[in-house]
Design a protein around this ligand. Structure first.
Ligand code: NAD
Length: 348
């Protein structure tokens, strides 16, 4: 039987959740609640029931799931009230402003015995899934380093995302996705974090950042978000023991170059102004194989399918509390690293 859903916050992302629910095979949209009357009016125009207060869906016994899609600083209040009312809760990312808030939410979830998770929907992005597939298939051997970048050229949005008090900034907005993805690929312990923020169009919050994560054993990840990049760098770049992989753009397939023979009998040198170089000359097709990966299949609606199965006790929730804690701690280390202008030692 479908679970009854109410979406709190009917803005950009709340609209997505509501639309999704209307097509879903596992949830039924009972309605929305938004603090702004004009958003409620819009929902009604679209034939969606709009509650007049937050108390109303919380007191409605039919409601199984509350999805929280309001600005980041308002997550905690709604999450705690919904859990206390006995509802299962999906919270938009970043789940909380800091670890203190997150711990309060997790304690409330444990006390209520309800399912509580965060909507890390970018676990369904096919570019990320291609990188994960290379790791899991072992086709390039051990991974040395992954670079994950998102580059835009329109600055930070001019809404609450540009204000610190609402939990604005790119670490909390995009960083949370990219860190979560990388930690799905690397399972080694994190030893150090170094992060430098950009302030190009916004002085109050980070409108971009450059983050290095160093893992036990020497592997590392580099994550970069930019909002002032009129030429975007590749979405993903991987170096591994047996080759390299690149995804230049969201819309492109993953290209892999796999080393067949480490030793080359002949290298055609590249001529540069300073002279010839063999060391840095590209490899030929005798020693490497080049191919493209098929796009991995993915269905973002599996997020709700998993959440409903977790309520029924037939699956473990996709995004666990431990994963939520780890991502939050990395983001906190980013803030500390930028503030102190130094690398932060962690044990995560
Ligand atoms: P938005 O500004 O478009 O919409 C927020 C809505 O919440 C507004 O309609 C506002 O009136 C309403 N609201 C504010 N406070 C409220 C309250 N106390 N009670 C009820 N309604 C309230 O913002 P958005 O872009 O939809 O972002 C909302 C959340 O979704 C944020 O946490 C954001 O990080 C997240 N988000 C996630 C993704 C994703 O891909 N997972 C994408 C975009 C946004």
């Amino acid at each position: 039987m479908k679970k009854n859903l109410v979406v709190v916050g009917y803005g950009g992302m709340g609209g997505w959740h509501a639309d999704h629910a209307l097509k879903s095979d596992v949830v039924e949209l009972l309605g929305i609640y938004d603090i702004k009357p004009e958003r409620s009016a819009l929902a009604r125009e679209r034939g969606i029931f709009a509650y007049d207060s937050l108390d109303a869906p919380l007191a409605d016994d039919r409601v199984d799931i509350i999805t929280v899609a309001v600005p980041n600083d308002s997550h905690i209040d709604i999450v705690l009230r919904a859990l206390e009312a006995g509802k299962n809760v999906i919270c938009e990312k970043p789940v909380a402003m800091d670890s203190r808030e997150l711990e309060e939410m997790i304690s409330a979830a444990e006390k209520s015995g309800r399912i509580f998770s965060v909507h890390q929907n970018r676990r369904f992005d096919v570019d990320f899934l291609a990188m994960k597939q290379i790791k899991e298939s072992g086709e390039l051997g051990d991974i040395i380093n992954i670079e994950s970048r998102i580059h835009g050229s329109r600055g930070i949005p001019s809404d609450w995302r540009g204000e610190k008090k609402h939990g604005g900034g790119m670490v909390l907005d995009w960083g949370v996705h990219l860190i979560d993805q990388l930690l799905q690929i690397f399972d080694e312990k994190i030893e150090r974090v170094n992060c430098v923020f950009d302030h190009i169009t916004n002085q109050e919050v980070d409108d971009g950042f450059k983050l290095n994560i160093y893992f036990e054993g020497g592997k590392s990840a580099y994550i970069e978000v930019g909002t002032y990049n009129f030429i975007a760098m590749p979405r993903f770049y991987m170096r591994a023991q047996k080759g390299s992989a690149i995804i230049t753009d969201w819309r492109e397939n993953c290209r892999v170059t796999k080393c067949k023979y480490w030793h080359e009998s002949e290298v055609i040198p590249v001529e540069t102004a300073a002279g010839l170089t063999k060391t840095m000359a590209p490899r030929d097709f005798v020693t490497v194989d080049e191919y493209q990966l098929d796009r991995p299949s993915s269905d973002v609606h599996d997020y709700y399918r998993n959440f409903c199965a977790a309520i029924d006790g037939t699956a473990t929730q996709l995004v666990t509390h431990a994963e939520m804690r780890r991502v939050m701690k990395v983001m906190e280390a980013c803030f500390e690293s930028d503030r102190l202008k130094q690398t932060i030692n962690v044990e995560l």
